[in-house]
Design a protein around this ligand. Structure first.
Ligand code: DGL
Length: 266
C-alpha cells in the first residue's frame, strides 16, 4: 500500500493524481487535522509530527510514502530519509524550476506557508535559480483554514487571494507557483482573479508522476491478484470532528467510495 500524509485535506489534490496513474494500488492517506495548520508552527514541531505519522504509516505496511505537503517536506524530508532508510519517500517542493523555465517576464511568484518559506529546502531552491529569474515569495496565512472550511468563493477568500497575489503581479510576475497542496483547491478562483495570461503551476501531477517512476524503478507495483483485490482508498484523520468532511471531500474529488478511519497517534 502507498502511504500519504498532509496536515489536512490539501494532499487530496495529490491523492487524486496518484489514483489516476495507479488505479491498482491501495492508498492510505492520513490528514493530521489535530495539528492543522502546519504552516505557522516551528520546523521542529512539524518534524516531530512527520516522524510520528511515518512510524504509523510504516506500521500499517506502507511500501512508499508520499509527503503530500510542502511544509512537512521542508521541515522533515531529510530527517525522514535518514531515519527510515528502507522506505522510499516522495517529497514536495514549490515548483520553481518549471516556473523559471516558462516565465517570459523573468519574474515568478511563489505562494506558500510561512514554514515552507523559512525552511532550508526552499532556501536551497531559491539559490539554484537565483541567476535565471527573479523569484518572489509570499506567505499566505489564512488560506489553509479557508480550504479546510471549503470556503473558496466568499468575499473573505477573494480578498485574501487578492492580497497575496496582487503584489506579485505588480512586481511583474507572469507565473504563480502553488507551493502548498491546499492551494490547489483555490486554483480556479485564483485563475479567474489574475486572468488567463498568468500561468499558475500546481505541482500535484508532477509529484504523482514521480511516485509512478519510483514504483517502476524499485519494482514496487502490486502484482498479484490477491494484492490488487484489496484495492481500497482509506482516508484517516487525527481529529474525529473532521471525519465526515474529509471523506465527503475525498469521495467527491475521486468519484469513488473511500473508507474512513480515525487514528490516534501517540
Ligand atoms: N498542505 C500543506 C502544504 O503543502 C500544509 C499547509 C498547512 O497546514 O499549513 O504546505
Amino acid at each position: 500500500m502507498l502511504g500519504m500524509f498532509d496536515s489536512g485535506l490539501g494532499g487530496l489534490s495529490v491523492l487524486r493524481e496518484i489514483r489516476k496513474r495507479e488505479p491498482h494500488e491501495k492508498l492510505l492517506y492520513l490528514a493530521d487535522h489535530a495539528h492543522c495548520p502546519y504552516g505557522t508552527r516551528t520546523l521542529v514541531e512539524i518534524r516531530s509530527f512527520a516522524m510520528q505519522i511515518t512510524r504509523w504509516l510504516c506500521s500499517e505496511g506502507a511500501k512508499l510514502i508520499a509527503v503530500a505537503c510542502n511544509t512537512a517536506s521542508a521541515a522533515a524530508l531529510h530527517s525522514l530519509r535518514e531515519t527510515f532508510p528502507s522506505t522510499p519517500f516522495i517529497g514536495m517542493e514549490p515548483a520553481v524550476k518549471p516556473a523559471v523555465v516558462n516565465t517570459t517576464t523573468g519574474t515568478v511568484g511563489v505562494l506558500a506557508t510561512e514554514a515552507t518559506i523559512k525552511g532550508k529546502l526552499f532556501g536551497e531552491l531559491l539559490d539554484r535559480f537565483a541567476e535565471d529569474a527573479t523569484v518572489l515569495t509570499q506567505a499566505c496565512p489564512g488560506l489553509v483554514e479557508l480550504v479546510e472550511k471549503e470556503d473558496y468563493d466568499s468575499s473573505q477568500a477573494r480578498s485574501l487571494l487578492r492580497r497575496y497575489a496582487q503584489p506579485l503581479l505588480d512586481l511583474g510576475a507572469d507565473t504563480l507557483v502553488l507551493g502548498c497542496t491546499h492551494y490547489s483547491f483555490l486554483k480556479t478562483e485564483l485563475q479567474e482573479m489574475v486572468g488567463p495570461n498568468i500561468n499558475i503551476i500546481d505541482p500535484a501531477p508532477a509529484v504523482a508522476d514521480q511516485v509512478s517512476r519510483v514504483l517502476t524503478e524499485k519494482n514496487l507495483r502490486s502484482k498479484s491478484e490477491l494484492e490488487q483485490s484489496d484495492n481500497l482508498i482509506v482516508v484517516c484523520t487525527t481529529d474525529l470532528s473532521h471525519a465526515t468532511h474529509l471523506s465527503r471531500q475525498a469521495q467527491s474529488l475521486l468519484g469513488e467510495p473511500v473508507h474512513l478511519r480515525a487514528v490516534e497517534l501517540d
